[in-house]
Design a protein around this ligand. Structure first.
Ligand SMILES: [Zn+2]
Ligand SMILES: [Zn+2]
Length: 382
């Protein structure tokens, strides 16, 4: 109360005295705060108004009084946050005024309903891209570049060794592996993150090869995708199947946490694989103890990050999570203003409650990258 009385009689600082305008978003203990609009983007502690880029659990946390997200994100958000959560929706490209700023959401190409948040205040534009990828994905709207002055980017795979092959090649590899296993009457188990990765695999593989079985944690999200109008092939839960079902031609999609669990026993001798961008790191597949690693990520690779940054037209880039120092250094070398922006977001593997495992993997990736970057860059360039 007294603070307000002290502040009110004082005239605002004339703009000419300012060296630069106050940042549109600032790191606070609760999250990235937009003071001019009085809201947070993907806050990590409970707040009154949260604008959500997407429904992965490190971005859409429970406990906020009100949420704003895209209509496509609504089903998954409700599944995650409970029916009581207050969630308003804003379609891609529509605008809403919040305090002194105009907010709109634009496709990020990461998972169903994922958005970049565009914030405009007196002609100054910031874009918070959340997590994103540029590769085509039949399960979500394609990434749309949004021009801005300041671009806030992730950097999960922000090292030159990360260069994804085309989705056709990646999913062709899964199809061949599955068909080979089916020919040998051996079930094919793919471990994939339950939200996003699993549905992208389902929508991209050749469902004619055999029956598809999904773990319950995956099937819940399949339902949300189907409800949002995303076509997925038919899938079954093991409980839907007769006791003597032959899994020999089956593709099984399960979250990484199912590995080694009693749930796996019913599939007998089977081939297994892990689908993740981290599979690009030598040793990551062995560490997971699986036969195959499929390098499939819902995050941008190194060229994708640089393309998105360039297409934003931003003169200033703030890097939130992943290989932050490498990306900041690289961008500064190219003449951009770049800085780290501290957040509590995690990288690929979010939403599985296994952040600690992935932090380790990321750290290994960084050190491995120093040794391998030269060789890898040369081999992928040819
Ligand atoms: Zn995400
Ligand atoms: Zn994330």
């Amino acid at each position: 109360m007294s603070a307000k009385l002290f502040v009110m009689p004082i005239a605002p600082t004339p703009p000419t005295f300012r060296t630069s305008p106050p940042p549109l978003l600032q790191h606070t203990p609760h999250g990235l705060h937009c003071a001019a609009g009085d809201f947070y983007v993907d806050p990590w502690r409970p707040v009154d108004r949260a604008v959500i880029t997407h429904a992965h659990s490190d971005h859409a946390r429970p406990g906020h009084a009100a949420y704003l997200a895209t209509p496509d994100a609504l089903g998954v958000l409700k599944a995650r946050l409970g029916a009581k959560a207050t969630i308003d929706t804003l379609a891609y490209g529509e605008t809403v005024t919040m305090g002194e700023v105009t907010v709109s959401l634009h496709p990020a190409g990461h998972v169903l309903g994922s958005a970049q948040v565009r914030i405009e205040h007196r002609g100054e534009v910031w874009v918070v891209s959340g997590d994103y990828k540029l590769d085509p994905d039949p399960t979500c709207a394609a990434f749309a570049p949004v021009r801005c002055h300041t671009f806030v980017t992730e950097s999960t795979f922000g090292l030159p060794i990360y260069r994804w092959r085309t989705p056709e090649l990646m999913f062709g590899e899964i199809n061949r592996w599955w068909a080979e296993n089916a020919a040998a009457s051996r079930a094919s188990v793919v471990y994939a993150y339950a939200f996003g990765k699993a549905q992208r695999i389902l929508a991209s593989i050749d469902a004619a090869i055999g029956p598809i079985i999904c773990h319950g944690a995956v099937e819940v999200l399949n339902r949300a995708y189907r409800d949002a109008g995303v076509p997925l092939p038919a899938t079954s839960l093991v409980t839907d199947l007769p006791k003597n079902f032959d899994f020999g031609r089956a593709l099984v999609i399960a979250p990484p946490s199912a590995a080694g669990s009693p749930w796996m026993k019913r599939f007998g001798e089977h081939a297994d694989a892990f689908a993740s961008g981290w599979m690009a790191v030598r040793g990551a597949r062995k560490q997971r103890g699986v036969d195959r690693g499929f390098v499939i990520s819902d995050h941008a690779d190194w060229p994708g990050l640089l393309t998105a940054i360039a297409e934003s037209g931003a003169s200033r880039v703030l890097v939130t999570h992943g290989s932050v120092p490498v990306m900041v250094r690289y961008l500064r070398d190219t003449g951009l203003e770049a800085d780290a922006l501290e957040t509590e977001f995690s990288g690929e593997g979010e939403g599985e409650g296994r952040a600690e495992v992935l932090v380790e993997t990321a750290a290994e990736a960084e050190s491995a990258a120093e040794i391998e970057s030269t060789a890898e860059t040369e081999s992928t360039a040819s």
